[in-house]
Design a protein around this ligand. Structure first.
Ligand code: HEM
Length: 577
């Protein structure tokens, strides 16, 4: 071929590609479409959307383009509609929930939506049969636990938390997460000793699913590199398989203990006792129950950490909460029965969650059908992002939104004030818990746990800046430093937990010794009764003969392990999806 022919061909190709780019550019920036930042072919707006503190950039765009409560953007071909106004969220995610309740794929997880039957992560599942039955099960278990007064577990762990803070205050961040984890492990498997691994496992999954986690969540084509060149896929395979095996081990252990009548009421036992279920088998059961334990760790630890930060920066509100608790509870830590008489505590908790929301970007839904909203076309497959940071900083609803103002929940005249104060403020129904068919199932549990934990902290300690022993200066507690995972928490910082008096310190330690001794005694009595063949008679304690009690356990467990291996292999074959 002559040089001139090659030259001409190159010119034609470049011209064709340029025309194609121009056409794409025009389509992406259609003046009749939703407003939004200028989009560039293929890239969308990936080049200037920071991974760190992504919600701040989304909010900056909201202020510029979101006057109608929503705007559009794209990232490497993925279409987003960012929702910045509660009314629009209500219209799109609640009123049109029927076709706006799917989830987007998370690239760095195998089969995150369970479209191929992995059945593993309820909050990330598409709107499919697994999601539907697992949501029902999760909802009924949490509701039943609430009705059965699970609060005893919270009081017990809050007392352990206080004692740990007295004995080793510098390790407070670990104790805080461990408290949330122990509560979930007790409710799920009746075993608080599992907490450390459960927390580790929870953070592993959270990192893997977050845009700020593996680079393959943003530069998604990298995920498709062959496994041999693909460190992300290999790491995820290891994480995934370990997590699933651990969940299955927990189920098998409970079944084994049930066979010997040695397990107290917990969600896993509840599941195994029930004959009829829509859950397909042990693999799915261990996943839905395991996921329930995990999800209650990283979510509740966020507002609890921000409670510490907030109280240090607002000693006037800390003092108000302490006064209220002292008046209402007469020298003992608050319980949930006191809650109607503790509006200041509830207002400070709610304002902490408004001021420092721990899921600031919100969780994306995905549309399942083309739609037209207020004259704007929203194609099928668009990710709808309810930007919680924007909802909670709406100055019309929250005047002076950048300031911590618990009085907005307590004094008539504020747009958010609601009576009766015995019931309001409540965090239930906050935008932070999401929307429509996908709304969070853990709102009551979160509210109860925060009242018990934050109330106990205010009863026992004054939360303060720590003083640098060398300089005598206060160590800073930053207000705006956090990680950027989907569920955030403040970066590590130092602080002091000053017992409110020697008497209270001694009382906090005594309360822990008392509850610990009682728990040890109850467990021993239960085991003793089980080993002597005594059948528990109350409703929650009646363990019926289960298949595990009939089939030799070793045989059964080997069969179940096989089921896990088969399922894990199936999931591994999704690696190329
Ligand atoms: C401060 C605490 C929490 C916050 C801010 C929070 C927030 C959220 C959000 C934003 C969603 C997604 C909603 C949507 O897609 O519209 C969600 C879903 C979910 N949450 Fe929570 N959550 C919290 C605590 C909990 C707890 C303690 C549990 C359980 C023990 C829990 C269980 C769930 C479950 C199972 C889902 C999935 C629902 C579904 O996809 O159908 N959450 N949560």
């Amino acid at each position: 071929m002559q040089l001139i022919t090659v030259g001409l061909l190159a010119v034609v190709l470049v011209a064709a590609f340029t025309l194609h780019l121009l056409k794409l550019f025009r389509q992406m920036n259609d003046p009749n479409g939703l407003p939004g930042p200028t989009q560039y072919p293929y890239l969308g707006r990936i080049h200037d959307l920071p991974i760190q503190y992504m919600w701040l950039k989304f909010k900056e765009w909201a202020d510029k383009y979101g006057s109608q409560g929503l705007y559009r953007t794209e990232m490497l071909g993925a279409k987003f509609v960012v929702i910045t106004n509660e009314k629009v969220a209500e219209d799109l995610l609640v009123k049109r929930a029927k076709y706006n309740s799917d989830r987007p794929v998370i690239r760095s997880l195998f089969d995150s939506k369970s479209s191929h039957g992995s059945m593993e992560y309820l909050p990330l599942m598409g709107r499919n049969q697994y999601w539907s039955r697992q949501r029902k099960l999760t909802h009924s278990y949490i509701t039943e636990a609430t009705n059965a007064q699970y609060h005893g577990v919270m009081y017990h762990e809050a007392k352990r938390f206080m004692a740990r803070l007295i004995n080793d205050p510098d390790n407070f961040q670990f104790w805080l997460e461990d408290m949330a984890s122990k509560i979930m492990c007790t409710l799920t498997w009746d075993d608080p000793t599992l907490s450390e691994y459960c927390t580790k496992s929870a953070w592993g999954l959270l990192t893997q699913m977050s845009p700020a986690g593996p680079i393959t969540n943003v530069l998604t084509p990298l995920w498709h590199l062959p496994t041999i060149f693909n460190p992300w896929k290999r790491a995820e395979r290891k994480r995934h398989d370990e997590q699933q095996a651990w969940w299955m081990d927990r189920l098998l252990e409970v079944r084994e203990k049930m066979g010997k009548n040695e397990i107290r009421p917990c969600w896993t036992r509840q599941f195994l006792e029930k004959g009829k279920t829509t859950i397909s088998g042990d693999y799915e059961a261990s996943s839905v129950i395991g996921m329930l334990a995990l999800v209650g760790v990283f979510t509740v630890a966020g507002p609890l950490s921000y409670w510490l930060v907030t109280m240090i920066h607002h000693p006037e509100w800390q003092a108000a909460v302490q006064r209220e608790i002292d008046e209402v509870c007469g020298g003992r830590p608050p319980t949930l029965n006191d809650s109607p008489k503790l509006p200041i505590l509830r207002a400070c908790i709610k304002e902490t969650m408004r001021w420092k929301p721990n899921v600031p970007t919100g969780v994306a839904h995905e549309t399942e059908a083309d739609d037209v909203y207020n004259g704007y076309f929203i194609p099928k497959g668009t990710r709808l992002l309810p930007l919680d940071w924007a909802f909670l900083r709406n100055p019309a609803k929250y005047p002076d939104p950048e300031s911590y103002r618990p009085e907005r929940w307590l004094e008539p005249g504020w747009p958010t004030y609601q009576e009766p104060l015995t019931q309001f403020p409540t965090i239930k129904g906050m935008t932070s818990f999401g929307w429509g068919h996908r709304q969070c199932l853990g709102m009551s549990l979160t509210q109860d746990e925060l009242i018990v934990a934050c109330g106990s902290l205010a009863w026992a300690f004054t939360l303060k800046h720590k003083t640098d022993p060398k300089t005598g200066r206060e160590l800073p507690v930053p207000l705006d430093k956090s990680n950027s995972l989907l569920i955030i928490k403040p970066d590590p910082f130092q602080m002091a937990f000053e017992p409110r008096s020697e008497k209270r310190k001694a009382e906090a330690l005594r309360l822990w010794e008392e509850t610990d001794a009682r728990d040890t005694q109850q467990r021993a009595t239960f085991l003793g009764a089980a080993r002597s063949g005594y059948q528990m008679t109350n409703k929650m304690d009646s363990v019926k003969a289960t298949p595990a009690a009939v089939i030799p356990l070793a045989v059964l467990n080997a069969a179940r392990k096989q089921e896990v291996l088969i399922q894990i292999n199936r999931v591994n074959t999704y690696a190329d999806l």
